[in-house]
Each structure stands twice: as C-alpha cells, then as structure tokens.
Design a protein around this ligand. Structure first.
Ligand SMILES: CC(C)(COP(=O)(O)OP(=O)(O)OC[C@H]1O[C@@H](n2cnc3c(N)ncnc32)[C@H](O)[C@@H]1OP(=O)(O)O)[C@@H](O)C(=O)NCCC(=O)NCCS
Length: 186
C-alpha cells in the first residue's frame, strides 16, 4: 500500500486512488486538461461525470498490472500518475505511464514523487517488466524528468499528436524493470 501522511496543509501525500476520490479526480482532470496540451487525452475526450471516474477507478483497482496514484494536498487532488498494463498475454508485462500535475503546483517535486512511487510499485509487481510512455517532442520539462529517472528514448513517432493548430512528434521512452530475465537493463 502506497501512502505517505501529510504534516501540514501545503504538504502533499501520495497514495492509491480509491472510489472516494472520484469527484476529486473529476475536478482535477477538468482543470489539468484545460491547463496543458501535453496530455494525449484532451477536454474533447473527457467524460465529465463523477460516475465515469468511479468506474475508471474501479477498473484500476481490479487489474493486477494497473495502478492509479493521486497526489493529494488537503482534500484536493493536485497530481495523478497511472500505469495501464497491456491487455494481451504477450504484452501484459508492459505498463504504459501517464502523469499530470496542476500548474499551480509545478516545480515542487510532485511529478518526480509520483513517478518514483509508481516505479517502486512496478518493480514489486509480479507481472510488469517494462514501463513505457510517450511524450511530446516539444515537452522538454517532462522529457528531462523522465530521463532523470532512467527512462531512455526508443525512437520517434512523427506528427503523432495534435498540438495547437498543428502537430507534434511523440517520443516513446521506456525503462526496463529489474525483475525480468534481462536483469536491470537500462
Ligand atoms: C511534467 C510535469 C508532470 C512535471 O511535474 P512537476 O511536479 O512540476 O515536476 P517536478 O517538480 O517533480 O520536477 C522534476 C524534474 O522535472 C524536470 N522539470 C520539471 N519542470 C521543468 C521545467 N519547467 N523546466 C525544466 N525542467 C523541468 C526537472 O528535471 C525537475 O527536476 P529538478 O527540479 O531537480 O530540476 C508537469 O509539468 C505537468 O503536469 N505538465 C503538464 C502535463 C505533462 O506534460 N505531463 C507529461 C506528459 S508525458
């Protein structure tokens, strides 16, 4: 169980999302999706219902290779990190990561804390052997964060995502986990 208790109102705790977080997550997502274009899901695809969040959290809780972490400040969700494991037997060892922090809380170390907690969980997970993600080529802060945590670039997906009025390339990045037969390969 991932949990770290806050000591004051501005302090942030990281923990797994529960069904009770559905409304907090809905508000968080609506805000974060309006603040950044660097998430693959945009407001266009967002289902703005608390019931939708509850169903999503329920699905995460029942999949052994999936994780939904929240960063919480007081009663407010200020960050999110998810891992979605592959659905097929041949790729279920690959967990796809997603990360977002409210703009008002950037540069406080929350993104890095979420990532570290998710990576630790993945290391201990019996199914996962690789963490993967896709980041916009122009999203230098996020690329720097992932590189600092041992993620390596695996190529370039040209014009893969919309950005503003145009398109951006996506950079696939990944980190191999220690438990696999490859050992701790970077
Ligand atoms: C990317 C994001 C998650 C970073 O979250 P954060 O909580 O601000 O990050 P942290 O404070 O933990 O920073 C960790 C490291 O990331 C890098 N970083 C973060 N923001 C940066 C910035 N504006 N410029 C340069 N480097 C940055 C730095 O290496 C930093 O380490 P340092 O503080 O020791 O220099 C956040 O900016 C965000 O949610 N952006 C919009 C959504 C997004 O881009 N998600 C990722 C999609 S792949």
């Amino acid at each position: 169980m991932i949990q770290s208790a806050p000591r004051d109102d501005r302090e942030v705790s990281i923990r797994q999302a529960t069904l009770a977080d559905a409304e907090g997550l809905r508000i968080f997502k609506r805000t974060v999706l309006s603040e950044t274009e660097y998430l693959l899901q945009g407001l266009e695809d967002f289902d703005d219902r608390v019931e939708a969040e509850r169903e999503l959290i329920g699905r995460f809780l029942h999949q052994p290779n999936c994780l939904l972490l929240v960063a919480v400040m007081g009663s407010r969700v200020v960050g999110l990190c998810s891992i979605v494991g592959g659905h097929l037997w041949r790729t279920r060892h690959v967990g796809t990561l997603s990360l977002g922090v409210l703009q008002s809380q950037w540069r406080r170390g929350i993104g890095a804390r979420l990532m570290r907690a998710a990576m630790q969980w993945a290391e201990d997970n019996p199914v996962l052997r690789k963490l993967a993600l896709q980041v916009h080529a122009s999203n230098l802060p996020a690329r720097r964060l992932y590189e600092g945590l041992g993620f390596r670039e695996e190529g370039l997906l040209r014009r893969e995502a919309r950005l503003g009025d145009g398109y951006d390339d996506l950079v696939p990045m990944a980190r191999l986990l220690a438990g696999g037969r490859w050992g701790d390969v970077q």
